[in-house]
Design a protein around this ligand. Sequence first.
Ligand code: PLP
Length: 370
Amino acid sequence: MTLPGQLNPTPRILLGPGPSNAHPRVIRAMATPLIGHLDPEFIGIMEDVKSMLQQVFRTKNALTFPVSATGSAGMEAILTNLLEPGDEALICVNGVFGNRMADIVERLGAKLHRVDAPWGKWIEPEQVKEALGKCKPKAVAIVHAETSTGVLQPLEEIGKLAHDAGALFLVDTVTSLGGTDVRVDDWGIDAVYSGTQKCLSAPPGLAPVSFSDRAVEAIRARKTKVQSWYLDTTMLINYWSGEKRAYHHTAPISSIYSLYEALRIVLEEGLESRFERHQKNHELLKAGLEDLGFEFLVPEGYRLPMLNAVKLPQGFDDAGMRKTLLDRYNIEVGAGLGEFAGKVWRIGLMGYGSNENHVNALISALRQVL
Ligand SMILES: *Cc1c(COP(=O)(O)O)cnc(C)c1O
């Protein structure tokens, strides 16, 4: 066979639901020479990653670290650590990622209760209250930024209802973290997970997680071992903290370098200014898209600034237009998922990718081809 050509993919503007374009500094950080995963200098880097993650999550939780796999592993990590077979869980579902949580709950042998809202809508606290009147779950879980629909889910009231019912409050912040406010401690979130390839602007590969003291107590009180060996925090903690660091699995060194630099960039910019930037570019994109005849799927007030779900105009060639944008303009946008396939586009402006140039590039490309 002939040797395949040197790896050289065409540079793209990534305006889909993730991965977003990584910050150039993050890409450079990944080329940093490897050191050992138990090297004292690497332990120092891990400590800095943990404390920067605490700042970005706005939490004091000691058990805060990145799981060595993508966002879905973060989802699996919090559910598998907190649920034993036979436990009950209430999962809020208004899109793909709520559904994925429900699937995991069943696979864990826990009893699943669901609160559903139509795609493109949010979960009302009333719905959760009613459901909690009929079951006694150990955990209530919900998605903060539903990337499949573009809905921003208000969390505080639902968190209070969960706590009043004696349940832990679990939240997916894969798309929201680093792009809109996430307040783990103020909002009473007991376990949270995220991902690196959305608003943190690092490549995919790590899932930051954080567990409150209440969640840690719940893990300690388990009667059975955590179902997943790889995701068992009671073992991972011996690598991620304490005096004597014990080998569990070989940490993905280069990914941790990338997260280190990505978090530095987030904190350098400042959380508030970063959220304002996302909002400003969302508004700029909105004006351009509405001008071209696209309508937003989600009502104002519940729209994600980093993931714009828009209905396609009548007769619009979904797949053909996405192909033209990619082939001719090197711009990737996201297709609709599930019931929105062929009807909706999902346009991401995430992290480093949320900037005026990207908005202008997309709007002028669309102007030309329409
Ligand atoms: C992307 C995403 C995930 C899954 O993350 P992967 O990195 O693809 O495993 C989970 N939840 C939400 C809300 C997401 O947007």
